[in-house]
Write a protein that binds this ligand. Structure first.
Ligand SMILES: [Fe+2]
Ligand SMILES: [Fe+2]
Length: 314
C-alpha cells in the first residue's frame, strides 16, 4: 500500500486526458492530486471518475486553475472565491475524496504512520526581491511581459485580495497543524512552500504568483517528512533540512517528452525512494542542521526530467 502523487493534470488538454485514461490501476494505493486538474467542475469530475476507481483513495488540493471563474459566468451568478472553492470541496466529498477541509488522516500503509495534511494556502506576492514593494509586485512582473491569468480569473471574494485570502488560509492552517497529532507529516499544497524552490529560469518574475514566505519553515515547525507540491510544471525532488520536497507536476503536453506516460509521472511519496530512513517525531526535531538551503535535487525517483527549455505556465 503506497502513497503516490501527481499534480497539474490540466485535463482541458485532450492529450492529457488520453494519457491519464491509460494510467495503470493500483487498487491498494492512494493517489494525491496536487491541484490544477482543470478549470471546470466537469474537469474535476472527469478526474475523479477516471482515477477514483483505480486507486483505493484520492486526496485533493485545489490549484489556482480550479478557482477560475470566467467573467461571463460571474455575471450569470456563478460561485466565485470562497464559494467556488466550497463547490469544489463538495464535489470531492460527494466522491469520498479527501480535501483540505477534512480531518487529517493517519497513513498506516507502507512507510507509515504519517499524518496526511492536504492544504490550501494560495500566494501573497511575497516571493519577490526586497526592493520591490508589495503593491508594485504585479507591475514589476508585467515589466518583464508577464501577467498571470489569476489576475483576471481568480476572484478572492469575499476577501479583499488574493493576499488577504492567502493570509486567512495560512492562519487557519497553522492552527490546525499546531493542534495535529505528533506524527511525521506529508504536507500537500499546490503552491511551493519555499521561495528557494521556485527556480523559473525563463520567467523569474512569475515567482510572485507561486507561494508565500509565511510557510518557509513549516517543514520543520510541523515535522514534515515530505512536502508535495505542483504549480511549477518542473517535476523534481529536493532535500532541505533532511525533508523531501516533491514537485509532481504532469503539466502541459508541450512540456513533456512525447514518449512519457502518465504512469511515469506518478511519484511515490511513501514509502519513498529505496533506502529512505523514516524519522520518528522525536528524532525529526533535530534535523535542522543544514539550513543552508537546498541540498540540490536527487532525481532518483520516478520523476521525469524537467523540460529543458519550455517556460512553465502554472
Ligand atoms: Fe497552478
Ligand atoms: Fe498548473
Amino acid at each position: 500500500m503506497k502513497l503516490l502523487a501527481i499534480s497539474d493534470l490540466h485535463v482541458g488538454y485532450a492529450k492529457n486526458r488520453e494519457l491519464l485514461a491509460e494510467i495503470t490501476p493500483r487498487p491498494d494505493d492512494w493517489l494525491i492530486l496536487g491541484g490544477d486538474l482543470g478549470e471546470t467542475d466537469d474537469h474535476l469530475r472527469w478526474v475523479i471518475d477516471t482515477l477514483g476507481p483505480r486507486f483505493a483513495k484520492l486526496v485533493w488540493v485545489p490549484g489556482n486553475h480550479e478557482l477560475y471563474v470566467h467573467p461571463d459566468d460571474k455575471t450569470k451568478g456563478a460561485p466565485r472565491g470562497e464559494a467556488r472553492y466550497q463547490r469544489l470541496v463538495d464535489i470531492c466529498r460527494a466522491a469520498a475524496v479527501l480535501t483540505p477541509e477534512d480531518p487529517y488522516v493517519t497513513w498506516t500503509g507502507d512507510g507509515g504512520p504519517h499524518l496526511i495534511a492536504p492544504l490550501f494556502l494560495l500566494y501573497d506576492y511575497s516571493f519577490r526581491p526586497a526592493h520591490v514593494a508589495e503593491q508594485d509586485a504585479v507591475a514589476w512582473a508585467v515589466e518583464s511581459g508577464l501577467l498571470c491569468s489569476d489576475e483576471m480569473l481568480l476572484d478572492p471574494h469575499p476577501h479583499p485580495s488574493r493576499q488577504a485570502w492567502c493570509h486567512a488560509r495560512v492562519a487557519l492552517t497553522e492552527a490546525r497543524l499546531a493542534a495535529a497529532p505528533n506524527l511525521p507529516k506529508v504536507l500537500i499544497n499546490h503552491f511551493p512552500m519555499r521561495e528557494d524552490l521556485v527556480r523559473l529560469r525563463w520567467i523569474p518574475r512569475f515567482s510572485i504568483w507561486c507561494g508565500t514566505r509565511k510557510t518557509h519553515d513549516w517543514h520543520l515547525r510541523f515535522g514534515a517528512a515530505v512536502v508535495v507540491t505542483g504549480h511549477l510544471h518542473i517535476p523534481r525532488t529536493d532535500w532541505i533540512d533532511g525533508v523531501r520536497f516533491e514537485e509532481v507536476s504532469f503539466g502541459y503536453p508541450r512540456q513533456r517528452p512525447a514518449s512519457l506516460t502518465a504512469d511515469q509521472c506518478v511519484r511515490e511519496i511513501l514509502p519513498g525512494p529505496p533506502g529512505l530512513v523514516h524519522l520518528t517525531p522525536s528524532s525529526s526535531s533535530g534535523t535542522s542542521s543544514s539550513s543552508s538551503g537546498t541540498s540540490s535535487s536527487s532525481s532518483g525517483t520516478s520523476a521525469p526530467p524537467a523540460p529543458p527549455s519550455e517556460p512553465p505556465r502554472a
